[in-house]
Design a protein around this ligand. Sequence first.
Ligand code: ADP
Length: 485
Amino acid sequence: MDKSTFEAVFAGREFADWLQEGVWVADGSGTVVFANRSLVALLGQEDTAGILGRAWQDMFNCNEPLELKDAAQAGRSSWCFESCRVRGANNKETPARVEVIRRTTDGVPWLIGSVTTAGRSARLSGLTDSTGRQVMENAVDGICIVEERRVVYVNRRFEELTGYTRSQLGMLSLDKLVSPRDRQAVTQATQAPDKVLTPVHHEVRVVTRSGRELDCELRIVPTESSAGTALLCFLRDISPLRRAQRSQSDFIAMVSHELRTPLAAIKEAMSLLSESASAQLKDRDLRYLGIAREEMDRLNRMITNLVEVSRMEAGKVSLKLEPIALEEILTRSLESLTLLINKKNLKVEKRIQERLPRVLGDQDRLLQVFSNILDNAIKYTPPSSTIRTTVRYRGPMSDVLALVGLSGGGSYIQATIEDSGPGIPAEFLDRIFGKFERVDPHGPGIGLGLSIVQSIIELHNGKVWASSVLGEGTAFNILLPVREG
Ligand code: ADP
């Protein structure tokens, strides 16, 4: 089986993992080469190891034979098996409905299957056609259906958003509604709907009939219809949101710029004071000065983060790339935080694999990444506890790469920073990378550090994520591609 061909075909692997339905992909001979998380759970397995390499038919027990042959001769490309059972944990069997579609991409045939347990499919089939139509007609998002490159249905909201009537839209193709800048992605989908295997999401600028431009989210979902693959398109106007975001970042950029100058002056005045008057100052006064300086540094870090966020949003950040030993960046960041580490009497453990290859990165930005993550680890770890750091190599076949959707065939360096703090609730593990997101809104900080971390790592084509056990600690993981060539 050619894995890279499969990866290219099934670009929405991460998406498939979040589906509630069990989903798998089998190669031309019927051998399973991909299974999503829901399928692993439905079959009572711990991971995909017991599923990959099996014949797809072996996963189900059905009243009718699971054969695609006859139907294929009749020119069909999708099959549905209503009365099946899946055997999960403790050999418990659950009634299920199995659907299989056949796709050929670049001459390579694939089978894509989904399994829905009975409770769910009954709920879905309970929707009558007319209810479905009403839901579509009154939806808050614009909806249109494209069949054979033609718009065959639009709801009311779609007409409102674009300014065109149904009959006008019936004569237009969808790509003509978006600005030339975004047209290519939409044209690709409408011209070759068969190649859209999973839902795709684009941010596009829609040009209305009166020539106004609207920032919109466009989600294109492939679906089987009697005429072949139809595309269900959902359009959401996000221009008010984008406007609000733009004024928010303009405001932040302005305020943080204005704060920098007086802060630098206060810092300078304080160091002059402590140098010139240190002989006359009492211990207590020197302690107060020390506290003031620490807080000043904290304020400075916050402002640096604010400035950085607005520069990134304005697309003003360009990386100065060079080969970098990630372990050295970690060591330098730890050194710069020695005072804070010692103040809390923390122990820092370092496990660094030998002879690690380098990554291609921007030194200053990667220092900022580590310093933001370590700053948090120090902040949240109780005094006299331990922070563990690891840097290791991850080859192209490493499980961790597949888990985070980095399976393009390259190798990576993984750095992990693990603290022994209070941990982060599961529902916040992704959210904390958003701007101004904090678990405790009254806690310290302004919630920008991790958002900068994520932006910098993504600019480096890497990945960052957190895992945590409440009451035991949090681990932040970074993957950065090894320098090619
Ligand atoms: P800030 O630290 O400035 O608030 P961050 O973006 O660095 O912003 O972090 C966002 C939020 O994530 C923090 O407010 C905190 O609630 C949570 N957080 C980050 N790191 C940790 C950690 N190591 N342990 C527990 N919570 C954390």
